[in-house]
Design a protein. Structure first.
Lengths: 385, 78
């Protein structure tokens, strides 16, 4: 059963979470009962095909082995090569899951959520390399973090040390009531976004576009706007469910959206759209790349380093969505927009040609909105059909 | 120059703005003085000029957001 896709799922979840809420309000520790809930919900999610379930188990076992092995190694030595090999091995199942379908081989590597789970695992290896995770982690800690069911299918991508702080916390009754209130609020917001607004845009507008639009250009233009809005409401709705259920479980999963359609520029947009993913790429790809280039003094030119960083980040992000033409072009498009903006921003810092003020802010928002919507139009794959 | 002044000098160089030397509680991310690229420069400079190694993953925007906060964090890592 796909999480949050049917009312049956919500009913089962509601029943299972009742004791969690009662325990929370009484100020009791949520941990033990929540382990039970997690196992039941994971079984429901992965019970359909046995292949997906077996892949998940094999994947988790591999990641545990890599993480525990690397922490043990890192406590004694710190060789860069070992770090890169371990990281590559951790990403390998994800790469296979993307490449195998193209080679027309049975795709045993893939299962629901593999893209998101991989990022949670690699992140632990990177933070171990940086010396931020020093103690060996228990299987319980790792499995609970990696397979945290509310966010298993499509994120948000949490960070281990942040997750762990919430997981170890004993919420006082007042604090838990606050969490519960926020969580329930988010779940209802999710219903509004995903099942009312998103569903309506798709069913009543996008699916009827043939009758609404009077020409090819109008069709594609309207498709661009409506698909962008649909994508936001559908994904923000899912995220609201995922974060809301996390809160009820006593874990404050990070948010993914912060009013993305009022971004003032493309850089601002990536601080507001699918935040847990873009921050992941920012922290673990872009910043590490820039740091390496600067420290080793391989490239001195500031503009060149940051632009290469953006190109690397957005091409990777594109491919991460899938090895299909629309995702690769989507990544390349955003790489182009970011590097273009980078040039503009530096130029404008010197010459101050772009006027400031309220009107200009509105103009910036409108321009950014269109740049972003065109990106989603590419992402939808519609132009390539 | 004491430690705090040194740190403020590094931050001012990276931000290309001396306002950080005056307003120690200003959020440099909200003020748009620093982005992820400049953050990396900051970390490289801390390592080169102050010999303090701050891992990228340690630099959390919520706890490293003002000149004062940065001085405090660096003092902890010294």
């Amino acid at each position: 059963m796909t999480p949050y896709s049917s009312f049956l799922f919500f009913i089962i979840l509601g029943v299972l979470l009742l004791p969690t809420m009662v325990l929370g309000i009484m100020g009791k520790r949520l941990r033990y009962y929540n382990v039970f809930v997690s196992i039941v919900v994971l079984a429901i999610i992965f019970s359909e095909g046995s292949a997906g379930f077996l892949s998940l188990v094999a994947f988790t076992a591999l990641q545990l082995l890599l993480i525990k092995g690397y922490i043990a190694y890192r406590q004694k030595k710190n060789n860069s090569l070992v770090f890169y090999v371990m990281s590559m091995l951790s990403i390998l199942p994800l790469i296979l899951s993307k490449v195998l379908p193209i080679l027309a081989v049975d795709n045993l590597a893939s299962f629901l959520g593999i893209s998101y789970l991989t990022f949670r695992a690699v992140q632990i290896i990177i933070e171990t390399r940086d010396g931020l995770i020093k103690q060996q982690l228990s299987i319980y800690q790792l499995v609970h973090f990696m397979l945290f069911y509310p966010t298993i299918s499509s994120g948000p991508i949490d960070r281990f040390r942040r997750f762990q702080k919430d997981e170890e916390k004993r919420w006082a009754p007042e604090e838990y009531k606050e969490l519960l209130y926020k969580g329930i609020n988010k779940i209802f917001l999710g219903f509004l976004y995903k099942f009312i607004i998103g569903y309506s845009i798709n069913t009543y507008f996008i699916m009827n576009l043939d009758h609404i639009a009077d020409g090819m250009f109008t069709y594609h233009l309207l498709y661009m706007y409506s698909y962008s809005l649909y994508l936001f409401f559908d994904f923000a709705g899912y995220t609201a469910f995922a974060v809301g259920v996390s809160y009820i479980m006593g874990i404050r999963s990070p948010e993914n959206f912060n009013k993305p359609f009022i971004s003032r520029n493309i850089k601002d947009f990536w601080n507001r759209w699918h935040m847990s993913l873009s921050f992941w790429f920012r922290d673990y790809v872009f910043m590490r790349f820039v740091f390496l280039m600067k420290k080793k003094k391989w490239i001195q030119n500031k503009m060149l380093v940051s632009n290469l960083g953006y190109i690397l980040l957005f091409l990777l992000m594109g491919i991460w969505h899938g090895l299909a033409i629309q995702y690769i072009i989507y990544g390349a498009y955003h790489a182009l927009m970011m590097t273009g903006f980078n040039f503009f921003e530096t130029w404008n810092k010197k010459h101050k040609r772009w006027p400031t003020g309220r009107m200009m802010t509105v103009v910036s928002i409108i321009i950014t909105f269109h740049v972003v919507c065109f990106g989603f139009y590419l992402f939808s794959g519609r132009p390539f059909q | 120059m004491d430690f705090k002044e040194k740190v403020l000098q590094v931050i001012a160089e990276v931000c290309e703005d001396d306002v950080v030397k005056e307003e120690h509680d200003m959020d440099i991310f909200d003020a748009g003085l620093i982005d992820s690229f400049a953050t990396v420069e900051l970390l490289v400079q801390f390592e080169e000029q102050l010999a303090i190694n701050v891992p990228i993953t340690e630099f959390d925007r919520d706890t490293w957001n003002t000149p004062n906060a940065i001085v405090d964090r660096l003092n902890e890592l010294k």
